[in-house]
Unconditional design. Structure first.
Length: 412
């Protein structure tokens, strides 16, 4: 039976930041109905798919009625009657319909939820769980947890140097056990921070305390791990978000706490010293998004560390090819909304794996309750997944989905 797309309706909804995004409701010829929505990031590079907003005064210009209307009208007409299990054709039509290199005519935030909804409907029509439909019979692992527990950088009031201070949990026998340990450590960190400084809660559920240095942030995380008794399974990571620190006029990086300027070489030395002094195994976006050579120097300086490209690659296979040519990194940060369709994102992930890269799947700061990214992380065999802290509904949706997938793949 050939199940085809019957209708697609776009809606303006709110994400976890209270910012509008687009939800697509797709109905098939046999009565299947699915919904999917587009996440949105705060720290975005210029190579990401374009998000289309209304402008004007409504929602401070960030309304999505234009993008939603595009889903209901132009996109719906183009895809009506197409087989819901032909994901490659659906995504090709979407890209050709938009006709721009960065999806700026219809908006990546209109194209992506349709692509996601089609994949969900295809999985249901095939009688398969989504991770199996996307990844075949290859999925055999649940990604390790990479949780933003302390927030700093340009988008945080904490004054800390870097955007995300990550707690990476690897070595637990089950994802559910790692989740339990993460919450226990977060409670320990909260107790320790509350005794010393004021703090606020950031978009991803991370703590944003008034701390003096990266050393102090790392010490709090490691003290909490020791208190809970799982130090052997705890590693550290950094999302530097160096685009936000970079001053192109002086070709230096201005670290936010003390306004200290670093050249790329000096920053490389700083990272290398942090890797020497702490169990730091992951550094994301250590330099600005076109600094392929600086990435390569860091990768050579810390050969056992995951050097990850986010803004550098933008989940774009052409950008990834440039990185491979320069030997710039060894890890792809995987954000599906950076490229805008399931097929393009999946191709980039497979190309990364074929070239010896590991994959860190990632959510965005503006997530919704849609848990598609959890299935996709399993489907592509991601080594770890950045999901924020499990203290908000849009974050817990991903944690909960991964625990359900774990129970299916590895029954206790």
């Amino acid at each position: 039976m050939n199940v085809t797309i019957e209708s697609i309706k776009g809606y303006e909804i709110l994400n976890g930041k209270g910012k509008p995004t687009v939800e697509a409701v797709l109905t098939t010829s046999n009565g299947i109905s699915v919904t999917a929505s587009a996440p949105s990031g705060a720290s975005t590079g210029r190579y990401e798919a374009y998000e289309l907003y209304d402008g004007g005064t409504r929602y401070n210009g960030f309304g999505t009625t234009k993008a939603s209307a595009g889903v209901s009208n132009e996109i719906c007409q183009a895809l009506k009657g197409v087989s819901v299990t032909d994901q490659a054709k659906i995504d090709r039509i979407l890209c050709e319909l938009d006709g721009t290199p960065n999806k700026s005519r219809l908006g990546g935030n209109a194209i992506l939820p349709v692509s996601l909804a089609a994949a969900k409907a295809g999985a249901l029509a095939s009688g398969l769980p989504l991770y199996r439909y996307l990844g075949g019979f290859a999925p055999r692992r649940i990604p390790a947890i990479s949780s933003t527990v302390i927030s700093g950088g340009a988008f945080s009031p904490s004054g800390l140097e870097f955007e995300d201070y990550l707690l990476i949990l690897d070595g637990f026998s089950r994802f559910s056990e790692a989740t339990e340990a993460l919450l226990a450590m977060r409670e320990e960190m909260l107790k320790r921070i509350l005794k010393r400084v004021s703090y606020c809660l950031e978009d991803a559920g991370a703590l944003a305390p008034e701390l003096d240095s990266t050393d102090e942030a790392f010490a709090i995380i490691l003290d909490a791990a020791r208190a809970v008794g799982c130090e052997s399974c705890v590693h550290l990571g950094l999302d530097v978000a160096a685009n936000e620190l970079y001053d192109p006029d002086t070709n230096t990086y201005v670290l936010s706490k003390k306004r200290t300027r670093y050249t790329a070489a000096e920053l490389c030395t700083y990272y290398r010293n942090l890797c020497r002094d702490y169990p730091l195994i992951y550094i994301e976006d250590p330099f600005e998004e076109d600094a392929f050579g600086d990435y390569a120097r860091l990768k050579a300086a810390v050969p056992n560390i995951m050097v990850s490209g986010d803004d550098l690659f933008a989940t774009n296979i052409e950008r990834l090819k440039m990185g491979i040519e320069h030997d710039s990194a060894n890890t792809l940060l995987f954000k599906i909304n950076q490229i805008g369709t399931v097929s393009e994102a999946f191709s980039t992930a497979m190309f990364a794996i074929d070239n010896g890269y590991s994959i860190t799947a990632s959510g965005r700061s503006g997530e919704s309750l849609d848990d598609f990214s959890a299935d996709l992380a399993v489907a592509i065999g991601a080594q770890q997944m950045k999901m924020g802290s499990p203290v908000r509904g849009e974050r817990n949706a991903k944690f909960n989905r991964l625990m359900r997938i774990e129970s299916e793949l590895f029954p206790s």
